[in-house]
Design a protein around this ligand. Structure first.
Ligand code: RAM
Length: 951
């Protein structure tokens, strides 16, 4: 077996992040994944040690915490439970994992650094510019883009110099009320964009910690910050009565640099009234409106030592409170990829329209030569073009999404806005030299959620659908999960997030991202205990949580717990979950949820007959009550578990009494009972009504099959097509599949007319549209007031590509992929494969049909098991790695033979099954406008490239 790698831990994480700085969780979770090249190479024990240095990990006498050897076959994480961790300190840790086979454990080391603890005192205070910054303002000229009218102000610059000894080490802790970019001696500190990220700044403000040792020099050093309005004081959302300045009126900054000299002496350089301030080239920067750089205002060298700032006024100390500062719990937004133009079209007046071939969230980087003093380059952004090939921007509503560069005559400029982002595929650039070829890239920005999923199959359309879903995720995970990245909205809508989470958590590791956002969800809660519709909460956007929206406060922690095997998602949310269910109950004692429904969005944007609102609401009420009971059960809160289980049961019964009728058994009618089954009808008789009732298991015993038949009938008679909106669509394929109609789920995926997923793809979509019919050949663009071409909600189908088409799933009672469920639904496809980097290790499935055989490859991580449903019509034909699977094949047991498949139970490791299988029927490829994904610029990771530390 030489060359085969044995059991080993990899991908060590602290709080779901790789070597994070600034952990302020007192009991951080330390986790690892497992890999092995052998079958059944499972762990039997683990040990975690924590020490103050890497060397100390080897010395048991110097450990800070030691779990000792813990006999455990499944755990891949521990929550630190040693002595209180000192703040602002690096801790090293080691995990040792013992395999069953031999005595020696496999080990891996990592580290994390703590942030401020209650025992650590901040020295920094909040600073900003005085109320009347000395500034010069040009009057807008005729025809110019006059964003000044919107009250946007130049970005404050803040600087302070200090001296450092040779060999000093430094950590800087940085935050802003607004957005910041910090430089040390002219070099960028860290690579976070749009930091410190969006939270409800009335409740908490994140700070980030950076290691700046490499940027320090002996002698004079300069900390130089630029701050911008961002979510703090800029435009956010769509509410005209409160379009901007939601939290404050001007940005503020806070930073604390802790220097440790070679002799161990420490010095603190912190923001205070001694910092100097001015304004410079950035004349305004706003998330929705865009950014303007006027190089004529450049204060050359202001970020470098030696600059004379004696003429700059002192910064104003705006606040000395540190109570709301928290360490950032997520990885920040970063520039994750760069795309080069696919085409550049010239229009009159030297205007170019650049097509990047991909709808995305980000901004341009433009390299420009010879821009005369006062000459302006204007960049506008759009997702789509109109019939004349010009930008269609009506759907951006009030978001100007316009960046401007004003030249000062210098020879070469690289222009990239720093405090804005746009949702776009196309950019219109005007003001460039007629003859110049624009040297431009699109910089893709999103929260750095390590990519953790791959999906492939023989159908180009489904591959493209997966890509569109993935790009929708990238474009909308920007500090918070937003609905869309382009118009004046970009809000953390709760329903959009809950329907998309199952897809998102397969595509990427979103554990840290959602850890942070669940705090926003919690901060947003109304005084009476209600979850809201958006988080962070925004004045002017209806607070009162709607059914399916507010319920995300219950659904999301539950799904995260299942995906990441981290019960703290539930522990942190349980009280709020209970409060939410109690609140709905209080207002609706008869258990039909019709009061305190907020704006009741219902099955948002569903075509066709609306589902009765009480059906939607009451189904969600039952679901939330049940998940709350489950969560209480996991956490061992027996009394609560019983209470909410009883409530869930009562709501379920009420749902059935009020909304479900059952006649029969009869036969014959469309969608009705056959074979003695009752005819089941749910009030409103809509697809979504049946989907909710079936997905949330609300039907009395014996009625599910009848309801599923009716659902299938409704889907079939519509096309087959879905007539569902945001809530229903997420449930469609999983529910049809669970009731034996994976064929219909496949049929929906093949449909090319409105409403379908393929229709937009055939008309050039590169991300999922907000509306099934956002554009049609007959009608053109739909309602510009609400028509995004980059909305992930309808992309919730992405989950079924992994779980259904490829067959990569976990059992209903499994958490963190302990018990895999491998059950491909080939439909008419020739092959499909999926891979997911789970908290336990790599899970992979690949199946292929060829020459009357199906081949199924499965990878099960150490410590996990799998139920493998091998689709075959001939159980006798099954081979595993060429052998007849019998008692002599270890780690593999045949459980049963069922119609159409054989079920095996397998242990960890890789398996290769083959069996007789009818050849693929139907299409395995789709004609139409399918295109390869855009290629990244050299030197960048491919967008969504697989996480780096895979085994
Ligand atoms: C719109 C967006 C969002 C949705 C709400 C109800 O503003 O489409 O996605 O959740 O409405």
């Amino acid at each position: 077996m030489s060359g085969v790698r044995r059991l080993r831990p990899y991908a060590l994480r602290c709080e779901h992040r790789t070597t994070p700085l600034g952990i302020d969780e007192p009991a951080p979770r330390l986790s690892w994944r497992l890999a092995s090249g052998l079958r059944g190479d499972d762990p039997v024990a683990h040990r975690v040690r924590v020490a103050g240095s890497a060397e100390d990990l080897d010395d048991d006498g110097r450990l800070i915490w030691d779990t000792g050897r813990v006999a455990d076959r499944v755990a891949t994480a521990v929550d630190y439970a040693g002595p209180v961790l000192a703040g602002l300190t690096r801790f090293h840790w080691r995990v040792s994992v013992w395999p069953a086979s031999s005595g020696a454990p496999a080990e891996a080391d990592s580290w994390f650094e703590t942030g401020f603890t209650p025992a650590d005192r901040w020295h920094a205070v909040w600073i900003g510019q005085g109320p009347c910054p000395v500034d010069v303002m040009d009057a807008p000229t005729e025809g110019e883009f006059a964003l000044d009218d919107r009250g946007l102000a130049p970005c404050p610059l803040l600087r302070r110099s200090f001296t450092a000894p040779a060999g000093a080490r430094g950590r800087v802790h940085v935050s802003a009320r607004g957005l910041y970019e910090l430089r040390l001696n002219g070099e960028r500190v860290g690579d976070a964009e749009l930091a410190p990220g969006w939270t409800d700044y009335r409740h908490r403000v994140q700070y980030q910690t950076y290691d700046v040792t490499a940027l320090l020099r002996e002698g004079e050093n300069v900390l130089a910050a630029t701050v911008a309005d961002g979510w703090w004081s800029g435009f956010v959302g769509f509410e005209p009565r409160r379009a901007g300045a939601h939290y404050g009126s001007a940005p503020q900054f806070l930073a604390e640099l802790r220097l440790t000299g070679p002799d161990g002496d420490s010095t603190v350089i912190a923001t205070d009234g001694s910092w100097r301030t001015a304004t410079g080239t950035i004349r305004h920067a706003d998330l929705l409106m865009g950014e303007c750089h006027d190089l004529r205002y450049a204060a050359e060298g202001w970020e470098l030592p030696g600059f004379d700032d004696s003429g700059w006024p002192s910064a104003l100390v705006t606040d000395t409170d540190h109570g709301l500062l928290v360490a950032g719990a997520d990885e920040p937004v970063r520039a994750m990829a760069e795309l080069r133009p696919r085409s550049v079209k010239r229009h009159s007046g030297g205007v170019r329209v650049v097509d990047f071939g991909q709808n995305l969230a980000g901004r341009l980087r433009l390299s420009i030569r010879h821009l005369a003093p006062g000459a302006r380059v204007v960049i506008r952004h759009a997702e789509v073009l109109d019939d004349s090939g010009r930008l269609y921007t009506a759907n951006l509503r009030t978001a100007a999404a316009t960046d401007v560069l004003v030249g000062d005559g210098r020879e070469h400029i690289v222009f990239e806005p720093r405090f804005t982002y746009h949702g776009f595929r196309y950019a219109e650039i005007s003001g460039l030299d007629e003859s110049a070829e624009p040297d431009v890239v699109a910089v893709v920005l999103h929260s750095d959620t390590p990519w953790a999923g791959e999906f492939d199959c023989s159908d180009a359309g489904l591959r493209q659908l997966h890509e569109c879903v993935a790009w929708g995720q990238r474009s909308n995970f920007v500090s918070v999960p937003t609905d869309c990245p382009q118009r004046d909205e970009r809000l953390g809508w709760l329903a959009d997030a809950q329907v998309f989470l199952p897809t998102a958590a397969l595509n990427a590791d979103v554990a840290a991202f959602f850890t942070k956002w669940l705090r926003d969800v919690d901060d947003a809660r109304t005084p009476d205990g209600g979850f809201t519709n958006v988080a962070p909460r925004l004045v002017g956007v209806a607070d009162e949580g709607a059914p399916g929206w507010a319920d995300a406060g219950v659904i999301i922690p539950w799904h995260l717990y299942r995906s990441y095997d981290d019960p703290r998602f539930l522990a942190r949310s349980l009280d709020s979950m209970c409060a939410w269910v109690d609140l709905v109950h209080r207002h609706n004692p008869d258990l039909v949820w019709r009061h305190r429904v907020g704006p009741h969005f219902s099955d948002w944007l569903a075509p066709g007959t609306p589902t009765p609102r009480e059906v939607v609401a009451t189904a969600y009420f039952a679901h939330s009550a049940r998940l709350t009971a489950e969560a209480a059960g996991v956490l061992g809160h027996r009394e609560r578990e019983r209470r909410y289980r009883r409530l869930a049961e009562d709501i379920r019964r009420t749902f059935a009494e009020r909304f479900v009728t059952s006649r029969g058994p009869t036969g014959g009618e469309a969608g009705g009972g056959t074979g003695g089954e009752p005819v089941v009808r749910i009030a409103g008789d809509t697809q979504t009504g049946y989907l909710l009732a079936l997905a949330f298991e609300l039907l009395p015993a014996g009625q599910a099959a009848g309801a599923a038949r009716r659902l299938a009938g409704l889907v079939e008679s519509a096309g087959p097509a879905l007539l569902t909106g945001f809530l229903g669509v997420a449930l469609a394929a999983p529910v049809l599949d669970a009731h034996g109609r994976s064929d219909l789920a496949h049929a929906l995926l093949l449909r090319e007319e409105v409403p379908s997923w393929r229709f937009p793809l055939l008309h050039g979509a590169t991300t999922i549209w907000e509306r099934w019919d956002g554009w049609t050949p007959g009608e053109g663009f739909r309602a510009p007031k609400m028509n995004s071409f980059n909305h992930y909600a309808l992309g919730s189908i992405g989950e079924w590509l992994y779980r259904g088409v490829a067959g990569l799933d976990q059992a209903p009672d499994s958490t963190g992929y302990r018990k895999l469920l491998i059950r491909p639904r080939p439909g008419g496809l020739g092959h499909a494969s999926a891979r997911h980097e789970s908290v336990r290790g790599t899970v992979a499935v690949a199946w292929e049909r060829h020459g009357g055989l199906i081949s199924l490859r499965v990878t099960v991580p150490p410590g996990a098991t799998a139920e493998v449903h091998l689709p075959t019509t001939d159980p006798g034909s099954v081979r595993e790695s060429g052998l007849v699977p019998g008692p002599d094949v270890p780690h593999l047991t045949r459980v049963r033979i069922a119609p159409g498949h054989v079920l095996y139970h397998v242990g960890s490791g890789s398996y290769h099954f083959t069996a007789a299988h009818p050849p693929a029927e139907g299409r395995s490829g789709t004609p139409g406008a399918h295109r390869p994904p855009p290629s990244p610029a050299p030197g960048r990771r491919a967008p969504g490239s697989y996480e780096e530390d895979t085994p």
